[in-house]
Structure formats: C-alpha cells, structure tokens
Design a protein around this ligand. Sequence first.
Ligand code: NAP
Length: 304
Amino acid sequence: MRKQSPSKKTVVVQGGTDGMGRGMVMARLKAGDTVIALGSNVEKGRRLSREAAALGAGDRFRFIRANLSSIAENERVVAEIREQHPVIDALVLCANRQAPQREVSPEGLEFTFGLYYLSRYLLSHGLRAEFDAAPAPVIINIAAAGLKVGKVNFADLQFEEKYSTIRAQMQAGRTNDLLGRSLADEPSSKARIVLYHPGFTKTLGGIAHLKQPVKGIITFLSKVAAKSVEAAIAPMVAVIDSPPSERLTGINQGKSVDLTMDTFDPARARKLAEVTRRLVVTHHGQSPLLPEAAKDRDGKGFSR
Ligand SMILES: NC(=O)c1ccc[n+]([C@@H]2O[C@H](COP(=O)([O-])OP(=O)(O)OC[C@H]3O[C@@H](n4cnc5c(N)ncnc54)[C@H](OP(=O)(O)O)[C@@H]3O)[C@@H](O)[C@H]2O)c1
C-alpha cells in the first residue's frame, strides 16, 4: 500500500483520460491526492501517466484501462481498485461517448445506457465499503442536472424500437438524475451525491464518432462559445475538499438545482433502480456491485 498523508485524498475518475475527467485528474494530482483514472484508450492513459510523472506525481497516479460500457469490466475495475485502495474519498463520473447508431455493450445492453448510466450506477454502489471507510466521501456525477429535456422511456429503455443519438444522450442525463435521487434516498454508503451540469465546455472528445456536418458545427460552436475545462471543473475540484452536508446536491452552471423537479421523482428513481438491478441480473448474473435489495433492508419487497 502506498504511503499517503492523512489530509490527502484518494480519488477515482471514471472517464479520466480526456475532457473534464482529465482536468479533474490533473487538478487533484496537483493538490497532492492519489488519483486512479479509468478510460478505454491505452494511448491516452500512457500520456496521462507521463504527465503525472512530469508533475512528480507518478507514484500517486494509476491508469486502469476498461471498456466501462461492460458490466464485467466494471466488476474487474472495482476489484482492482479495492486491492490497493481500501479508502476512496471521491468518485468523479465523466465517461460518455456519443454513438451515431445504436450499439450494444458486451452484455447486449444499449451502449449509451451501459456507459453513460449503468457504469455510474455500478461504480457508485460497488465502491460502497471504500466510501464508508473515508471521513467525508463524495460522488460527483458530471452530466446534465437541471435540464428538463429528455425522458426515461421505461417501455423501451434499450432503444430497441427506435434509436437516436440525442434521445439516448438525453435519457442518460435523466437516468443519472434518478440515480442521484435513489442513491440519496436509499443510500448504500455514506457518500454525498453531487449532480453537476457544467454547461457547454471545450472538450470534444465525445464527438469524434459523429458525422459531418454535426461534428463541424459542434467544433465551431465549441471554439466560439464554450468555456474552458478548468473553468467548468473548478467548483467540482473544490467539492472534493469540502463535500456538502446534504445527501443530494444539484448544480447547473453555478446555480442550485431545484430537487423537487419531476426529473428527480422518488417513485421513478425507485422504479429505475429496480429495473436496473433486473437488467444486470438478466444480462450478466448476480454481481457484487449490486446494492443490497430493498426487500433485504426493510423486509417489505420492492414493489412499493
Ligand atoms: N463537454 C460539454 O460541453 C458537456 C456539457 C454538459 C455535460 N457534459 C457531460 O460531462 C461529462 C464529461 O464530458 P466531457 O466533454 O469532458 O467528455 P469527453 O471529453 O468526451 O471525455 C469522455 C471520457 O469518457 C471516456 N470513455 C469513452 N468511452 C469509454 C468507454 N467505453 N469506457 C471507458 N471510458 C470511456 C473517455 O476515455 P477514453 O477515450 O480513454 O475511452 C474520456 O475519458 C459527460 O458525461 C458529458 O455528457 C459535457
């Protein structure tokens, strides 16, 4: 186990190889933390390792390569993190990639659902013991809190009938809102939950797979209208030092999000949590990352 000063934190950044995740990795390495970055691209991981070494933080940085749209890969990542890091102070959730056509994960789930939502669900629950070992743990979910657009289509959650990139992205935004609500209402750890919408930010990593002219338009708009990664992530870099006392916080571009909005509806959050558990069991089997079932906690079953 690496030696670490007690005031320094251990931070896991999902989607830590590019964009805002990469920004969080570098900022927290500069703050003296131990940082574990997760991403699928080995070259980006190597580059980040070199940058960490150049900062003199090579021994506090670790890259774990994984395709996080896969349930099995999330399980492997959690096992690898646990082996060396019994205490996790912060989990920062950033992984996303826009899929122009419907794709499926190795377990047959729709890719955007798997990467942009399910991986966040699995890591948030799967690292519960490690969060509980930290004095003030926090889970920061960088997505689109505070937006009303998009809906969780329970009748076709996997977009088997009709797929569109935008609808898949928007649904994932809303499922992450509901994930925040269920993590706060039925906590599997003591971690505080912060849902963060950064606003339009100069990143571009996630649009590499888009077609022209959409790609060109976004690239142009990003140059003229988007904020820098550093400006977008600054409030979240600070949250790791001082997590909120409230169980659930939403921030949309500097403003508090009203958590009574329909997008955080507790009943839909419970429904999504249960549907998600069933999808994991059906497509993969029982998983150590799944939270304790509600019926085991209160003896009443989940159909309430
Ligand atoms: N940028 C904006 O304007 C904006 C606005 C609002 C909300 N957001 C949200 O903020 C979050 C971060 O956005 P960003 O723009 O910083 O993202 P980004 O630059 O596109 O970076 C995405 C990250 O996800 C990782 N990733 C992609 N596919 C993966 C896979 N299959 N397995 C593991 N990791 C994978 C990428 O790493 P690899 O390449 O190594 O796989 C990369 O580290 C996203 O949730 C996004 O929806 C962004």
